[in-house]
Design a protein. Sequence first.
Lengths: 465, 62
Amino acid sequence: MPTFDPSTASAAEIAGAVRNGNVLAIDVVEAALAAIRMHDPVLNAFTAVTTERAQATAAALDGRRARGGELGPLAGVPFAVKNLFDVAGLPTLAGSKINREHPPAVRDATLIERLEAAGAVLVGALNMGEYAYDFTGENVHDGPSRNPHDKSRMTGGSSGGSASAVGGRLVPLSLGSDTNGSIRVPSSLCGIFGLKPTYGRLSRARTFPFVASLDHLGPFARSVGDLALAYDAMQGHDPDDPVCVERPIEPVLPRLDDGIEELRIAVAGGYFRKGAAPEALLAVERVAAALKVEREIEIPEAARARAAAYVITATEGAALHLDRLRTRAGDFDPAVRDRLIAGAMVPATLVNKAQKFRRWYRERMLELFTQVDVILAPATPCCAPLIGQQTFVLDGVELPVRANLGIYTQPISFIGLPVVAVPVPLKPLPIGVQIIAAPWREELALKVARSLERAGIVAAPAPAQ
Amino acid sequence: MGTQGDPFDAFIDAAAHALELPLDPAWRPAVKANLLVTLRQAALVSEFALPDDAEPAPVFQA
């Protein structure tokens, strides 16, 4: 019986082969575990490998098939999750030292349950920036996750391990969180696809929060089809997350190859060109040219939207961690601690103004979406910086890397818009483009991404050897 | 504003005291730098005129 190599097979191919009996789920999972053993000592994507659990889950799938049972659409697909997801039996680290003392979680996060209900097999938990307040993928407690295309470079963060594990071909699918860009930034730097759905679309139940009014969860994959496959399996209301909406499940996969000729697509100008390195602009140009897009639009007050997101993040994050800052300040990553302490000191009047601006901005963006269906923008201002690099120059100004890798993602997640980050395989390093749609129109962004993938414009490049 | 020291240093000390936050003197420069960045961002938002009846984004539902 041939064994699939998860380093090359897509999630859809794996699931098809397992469902048809062409490969055993246990063989797929053992191959993934072997890839993790071989490559993770360098990539540092994983903080826990759930070997026994994965073997037991895979064996149960194989047993069900042997008894004539039906397997789900993700049968035998190995996946891993950012370590802010509850995994039964593990403490939920959220990238911190402090949470290591927490008791093990007693139940998996909802999205893990839904992926496993569809046949996927959890193989571990993934490295991340402390408490998700990070765009670099560096972690002082666990070490940095490393970029699979150049091990001396950042993955981006905060879902750094999630991007490294998929880009490095350890697993075909992972989950992460995105508050200000933490799915889209590492997708861009690691050259993979990432989906940040509409705020409230996917359940966040039993995950460690950061900024409740901005937190989203979503998948990473090496193809658009795999993103859609995972997304469809995870949709649906969940009473355990008060933000998760009561909308019917809207499957994308069956419509993924529908035409996009009727879509009105535009490139975001102004703020989204300012500060971008040539490679970021080149990536957007390639995508726009492939889609025959010449129209440029201005997202109103994007700089202020980013500023308001910055303020809300600093203050809501500080509120979340205030007690820990009082009692365990010395156990934080200093870079995170100092930002959170500062956030605790910001007057509430300024936060309230940011929340009022947020509604104004949302209304302007909804007006914009009466004129266009999809907006294109860079995902990051540049390709992956070096690990440890503190500053970079954007538009002639030297700025801290940690706070500024997300300048193009923050104005978008600020009002919860759905985005697919697509990788443009430039040399020597890939870089991502955001495909942005109106709220609840994930399928439009995914269809545009699929069209670009079929045209060969976007693709997840093979990692460096 | 007096002539003794930076008022932001005094603000940080007072805020840390009010919030019962321990503040190692070695952390102060980074805390201050972060606070100033955040206040600059907040000022960018605050200077944008909105009507008195503008509602904040989160709306409580009873």
